[in-house]
Design a protein around this ligand. Structure first.
Ligand SMILES: [Zn+2]
Length: 90
């Protein structure tokens, strides 16, 4: 566990398959959202619920996904790191 906490690379964006609202995705695909990407169009709330973690589409007021942890407490890393700006490196 300690070795895993030392590996800061996992705190960078490693998302391979984004979670999207299917209704938002349909609107973007149909061009109804204008010339925007799915990432720009999405308006998602993400948070813990009584059973796990829920993703909610604010645009459509619908559930996107609700992960049920089954009563388990999963490891989570809330640390935030930022790469220094290129001009800050001398
Ligand atoms: Zn939506």
């Amino acid at each position: 566990m300690e070795d895993e906490r030392q590996d800061l690379s996992r705190l960078f964006n490693r998302i391979e398959r984004p979670v999207v609202c299917s209704r938002c995705a349909d609107e973007v695909a149909a061009g109804q959202a204008g010339a925007v990407s799915m990432q720009e169009y999405a308006r998602l709330d993400v948070g813990f619920s009584p059973v796990g973690l829920q993703v909610w589409c604010r645009r459509h007021s619908v559930n996107v996904v609700h992960l049920d942890f089954g009563g388990h407490r999963l490891p989570a890393d809330f640390r935030c790191i930022e790469r220094p700006a290129p001009d800050a490196i001398s």
